[in-house]
Structure formats: C-alpha cells, structure tokens
Design a protein around this ligand. Structure first.
Ligand code: PEP
Ligand code: MN
Length: 454
C-alpha cells in the first residue's frame, strides 16, 4: 500500500467511527450543556490510551482458545463500580477473589483460565426508566458515576460531563493497581495461600485452603524436580466494561499506528448490553468498527435469526476470539432458550465464545424492598448452561458474574444462608446485587465440577 492509499484507508476508518451519530441510540444521558460535552470529549481524545492495542490482540488470541474449547473465561466484578469504591482494599479483594476462583477452575478442571475484571471502567449503567420518583419528587435516574451522582438531589442527578474525565482517571488508577498486583508477584501461583488470608473462616474458604495445599505440594514437587516457576510471577489479567456511554468510548477510540485500525483503548474487552444490542442501532454499528474482542448480552427473547445477524454484523470475517455471546436467560428459561441459539451457531460457519451470565435473568425484589437474586437460581442457571451445551455439543466457555471481594449481604442463600432479613446488614451495591466473596468461591467450585464432568 502506498502512503496515499494508507491515508485514504485511515480516513475511511475515522469517518466510520462517527456513523453511529446518525443512528437510533438508547440509554444515553440527556446532557444539558452540549458545549461542555464537546470540550470534555476534546479533552478525553487527547489523554493517553488506557490499554495498548497489542494487549487487546493478545486477549483475542486467548478468547479464540476458549472458543475452541481449550480455555475458560472468568469475567467478574461490580455491577457498577463507583469513584468512592476505587480504594486499594476493595480493588485488592476483588482481584484476590477472581484469582482464587481462577485457581479453583484451573485446578479443578485442568484448564487454562482467562482472567478478566468487570473493572477499571465499569461506570455507565443502562436503566429501565429515564427517571426515578420518590414521594412527589421525580429526578433523572442514576446512570452510573461516570454520568451523575447517586444522591437523590437535582444537583447530584444532573448529567455532568466532567464526570467522564473523572471516570478516565479512576479507570487509570484502578488499572494501575491491577497491573501492579498481577505483574509484581502478588498473583504468583506460589501465593495461593496468601490470597485466602483476611477472609473470615467458612466452608468455601476451608475447601479452598485444602486445594491450595495440594497446589503447593505439586509446585514444591515440580520445583524439586528442576522446574523453573519464575514465569508464574506475572499473570495476565484483562479489563472490561459495558460499552454504553458513547461520548466516552468514541474519544478513547484511537487509530493504532502499527496497523491503521481502530481500537477502543478505554479497556481490553467491551460488551454491548441487552438493552442496546439492536442490529441497526448506534452501539452495534460503532463496536462493529473497532478491533477489540467484543461481547453481546443475549436475553431470553433472542431468536436464532437475531443472533446470526449479530454475527454477520460484528464478526463478518469470522475472526477467532472476536465475538463472545454472554447469555443471561434466567434459570427458568435457559434450558428452552439456549439450545436453539447454540444449534443455529453450530450450523453456521461462525465460532463464537459462549459464556453464561447467571445473574441478570434472575433478579427479584423482596417484600421489604431489596433488589436481590437467589444463589440457588444462579447455580441452577449455570447448570442449565452446561446441560444445554452438553446436549448440543458446543463448548460452555466461560462465566460472567457480578461479585465483590467483600462480605456484603446482597444475594440470598449460599452456605451462609443469607435470608431476607439479613440483606439489610450489609447491602452496598448502588445497582444490582453481587455475590459476596464466599458465594463467589462456592460458585467457582461448582463450575469447576461441571467443567471437569463435561
Ligand atoms: C449488566 O451487566 O450490569 C447489565 C445491565 O446487564 P444486561 O445488559 O444483561 O441487562
Ligand atoms: Mn448488573
């Protein structure tokens, strides 16, 4: 390609990145000062990328492995991260929880696990209503810290573009700490025991401690036999969030100087939510034009035809690792809703990665007003996911969960048997209820068993 041809190709890519602006779009804030939005997006477009395109490509090769059935994806973190919640303790506990779950899965199923946080940028939320009413006051709905504040006052609920700059910086500091933990020795497999420290004693952590002992023994044996474990010091850990807020994602999308192609450098992996995945809408158009691996949430109303058309639009070149379907059907529906989709994909020439989100189809509100989920329903949906894949002969390639490393009481059940009256003790989520540390580990043991029994 001549320089002139390369320049022309780049300007085509750039023009395409703004095509979404003339398409129907959902779930965006109603900004009241468009000049301010323009000033902020100009500022964001000059800030350094948060991730490097080469890392994004590397993740794609890892996801391609999972799509082929040779690895498993573990993706977890808050429903909505908050600016205040970006503390060292909370970030460390979440990373530890994901590392522990990954060890349980790796060891239990003898399978490499791709580790990914819903972290370092999971700040924008789709809402079922644009407004919220309390008593006789109606205000704009909370759309996540990157848009407005949770406090129920007109000032706080105003969509404030400056929050996008704060979102960028909070993502940067979170990612920096994650990188420090995962590159600096904290995530070394020889530290398996230390990740369990600081969590109150309970059956899941006891079971984990036993497994960590077995791993320790295996490592010591191999080391004595001459193996070099220095490679274990560094662990790959990827970031992801829902690609929702277009005035944030667009300015962070950059042309890679190596290839002239567009990468969303706000994170490694972005997914399109259940509410914004319409085929001719802005989100599908925009994310079809970037190189990152992308996910699409699929709810129970998805038809095989919807799914096949999403494949054609988002993965026209059938690129390994490019497309992940995150199914969130609900425990009562997955056994009917998933198999037709798996069959249709299997008869096509595409090989998407299938992962289960057993959280979002299982929401409920208790009589005392808490938004919650039953741990048993989560488990049941995971089982239904494995059953469906077993029946069709496709690979159940991953787990997507809302979790925290803290001892919150947001989901019902689990070994601690959290009940409706206990929910109030420590309910901290501003959005959806998360599995706490123990429930997360318990789920990992269950998934490891399912995976090993496949
Ligand atoms: C989410 O992942 O927090 C979410 C809103 O999910 P969904 O798009 O599946 O409803
Ligand atoms: Mn959620």
């Amino acid at each position: 390609m001549t320089d002139a041809q390369a320049n022309a190709a780049t300007s085509d890519v750039l023009a395409g990145l703004d095509a979404w602006r003339s398409l129907p779009i959902k779930q965006q804030p109603s900004w009241d000062d468009l000049d301010e939005v323009r000033a902020v997006t100009a500022e964001l477009s000059k800030l350094p990328p948060l991730v490097f395109a080469g890392e994004v490509d590397m993740l794609k090769t890892r996801l391609a492995r999972a799509a082929r059935g040779d690895a498993f994806l573990l993706q977890g973190g808050d429903c909505a991260e908050t600016f205040d919640g970006a503390t060292a303790d909370k970030i460390r506990n979440r990373v530890k929880t994901i590392l522990q779950m990954a060890v349980v899965l790796t060891y239990g199923a003898s399978m490499p696990v791709v580790k990914m946080g819903r972290m370092a940028g999971q700040f924008a939320k789709p809402r079922s209503s644009d407004s919220e009413t309390r008593g006789d006051i109606t205000l704009p709905a909370y759309r996540g810290d990157i848009v407005n504040g949770y406090d129920f006052t007109p000032e706080s609920r105003r969509a404030n573009p400056q929050r996008m700059v704060q979102g960028y910086h909070t993502s940067a500091s979170t990612l920096n700490l994650i990188r420090a933990f995962t590159q600096g020795g904290f995530a070394d497999l020889r530290e398996v025991h230390s990740w369990n420290k600081g969590f109150a004693e309970n059956p899941a952590n006891k079971r984990y401690e036993k497994l960590a002992g077995e791993i320790d023994k295996a490592i010591k044996f191999m080391a004595a036999a001459g193996a070099n474990f220095d490679e274990l010091t560094r662990v790959e850990f990827f970031a992801s969030h829902e690609g929702l807020l277009m005035d944030y994602e667009r300015p962070l999308t950059r042309i890679d100087s190596r290839t002239g192609l567009a990468y969303d450098t706000s994170t490694h992996f972005v997914w399109i939510g259940e509410r914004t995945r319409e085929l001719d809408g802005a989100h599908v158009d925009f994310f079809s034009r970037i190189q990152n691996p992308i996910g699409v949430k699929l709810g129970p109303s998805t038809t095989p035809d919807d799914m096949l058309r999403l494949i054609d639009k988002l993965d026209p070149n059938r690129e390994p690792g490019r497309l992940t379907f995150i199914t969130r059907m609900g425990a009562g529906k997955i056994r009917d809703a998933l198999p037709p989709l798996l069959e249709a994909a299997q008869s096509s020439d595409a090989l998407p990665l299938w992962i289960t989100d057993p959280m979002h189809g299982n929401g409920m509100t208790t009589p005392n007003g808490f938004k919650t989920r039953r741990f048993d329903d989560v488990v049941d949906e995971v089982k239904g996911f494995f059953e469906a894949h077993r029946a069709v002969g496709t690979f159940p390639g991953g787990l997507h969960v809302e979790l925290t490393g803290d001892d919150v009481t947001e989901c019902l059940g689990g070994a601690e048997m959290i009940d409706e009256n206990t929910l109030a003790t420590r309910y901290e989520s501003l959005c959806d209820p998360r599995l706490n540390h123990k429930q997360s580990l318990e789920l990992a043991f269950l998934v490891a068993e399912e995976l090993a029994a496949r």
